[in-house]
Ligand binder design. Structure first.
Ligand code: NAP
Length: 321
């Protein structure tokens, strides 16, 4: 008998058809539909992204074997609960690394050169005379780039900075990375040191109890007043209220954000700040990369439901129980 798979959020039609060859496939449009889908019968696999899935949502999911996430971050899943239930969680690292690093670099460049602000200024018909220092930005090349979390994406951002823009690289992480230090001529510092010495601080740590509000009022206060903060990790890693204050008071020069404490975000004090560039969580949102992530997630799901080891497992220990 075919196993049942629920798709939460969107998946390309050809991938749905591919899954339908081996599984009964149910596609959901909204999180509110999950409870009915689980009540209708055993669901063996879930595939999707972005939904909060924990005890409240999954308690009725008897027979659930795997959740295949179309993302590398997995902070929206209650991992302790999945472990307790013996439910495997898979994710899609690597295939989104370069694309997300491209976005981080884009945010560094657009904030430094005030691209969004000056685009708006020009479209508003303000370019009628010469430009003065009030329109100038700051250099990126040759500056110091601080990476908070030198993992896959952090290293890819650091390579862009080091080899594309001749930047000095500082970093912090849980542990030192001797190979990357050699490759990037990078220096390890504790968090405070990175914040104090960097011209650009790029946040790329996973969201966890340890990294929630890692960058708050105190940390923003350590940064140079000429420095720029970029967050492509998860919104709650940065205290947004403290960031608004720091940007408004000129405590730091500017910020570039891809991620927010609340998502989606249609209203925010952030939007009133001209020294902020904000984009709606598009780190991995290119046609090529979203396709690669979806294919990898489908592969992870298929392998898990056939009893084979998926390519990327967050909690592989549950397979041996
Ligand atoms: P990764 O390879 O696991 O790297 C994470 C890095 O963070 C590691 O170097 C780790 O250090 C470091 N780290 C963890 N906790 C830390 C702490 N408390 N203090 C300092 N460093 C810490 O992950 P990745 O693939 O680069 O992705 C990172 C995160 O980016 C994901 O978890 C996800 O939330 C986010 N992301 C966002 C987008 C987007 O669309 N904006 C796209 C992809 C990913 P150790 O190696 O020493 O443990």
């Amino acid at each position: 008998m075919k196993k049942n798979v629920v798709i939460f959020n969107r998946l390309a039609q050809d991938l749905i058809e591919r899954l339908a060859v081996n599984f009964n496939v149910i596609q959901l449009g909204a999180a509110s539909e999950l409870a009915d889908a689980l009540a209708a019968g055993p669901v063996h696999g879930l595939i999707g992204a972005g939904w909060q899935l924990g005890r409240a949502q999954l308690a009725a999911a008897a027979g659930l074997e795997v959740v295949s996430s179309i993302s590398v971050g997995y902070d929206n899943y209650d991992l302790d609960y999945l472990n307790e239930r013996g439910i495997l969680l898979t994710n899609t690292p690597d295939v989104l690394t370069e694309t997300t690093a491209d976005l981080a670099m884009t945010l560094i460049l657009t904030t430094a050169r005030r691209i969004v602000e000056l685009d708006g200024w020009m479209r508003d018909g303000n370019w009628r005379g010469g430009l003065g220092p009030e329109h100038f930005g700051c250099d990126v090349h040759g500056k110091t780039l601080g990476i908070i979390g030198l993992g896959n994406i952090g290293a890819a951002v650091a390579r862009r900075g080091r080899f594309g823009f001749g930047m000095r690289v500082l970093y912090t992480a849980n542990s030192r990375k001797p190979e990357l230090e050699q490759e990037l001529d990078a220096d390890f510092l504790e968090l405070d040191g990175v914040l104090r010495e960097s011209d650009f601080v790029c946040v790329v740590v996973p969201l966890s109890d340890r990294t929630r509000k890692l960058i708050g009022q105190r940390e923003l206060g350590l940064m140079k007043s000429s420095a720029i903060l970029v967050n492509v990790a998860r919104g709650p890693v940065v205290d947004e209220e403290a960031l608004v204050d720091a940007l408004r008071d000129g405590q730091i020069r500017a910020a570039g954000l891809d991620v927010y404490e609340q998502e989606p975000l249609a209203e925010s004090p952030l939007f009133a700040l001209s020294n902020l560039v904000c984009v709606p969580h598009i780190g991995s949102a290119t046609h090529e990369t979203r396709r690669a992530m979806a294919e990898l997630a489908v592969q992870n799901l298929e392998r898990a439901l056939k009893g084979d080891a998926p390519l990327h497992m967050v909690n592989p220990q549950v397979r041996t129980r």
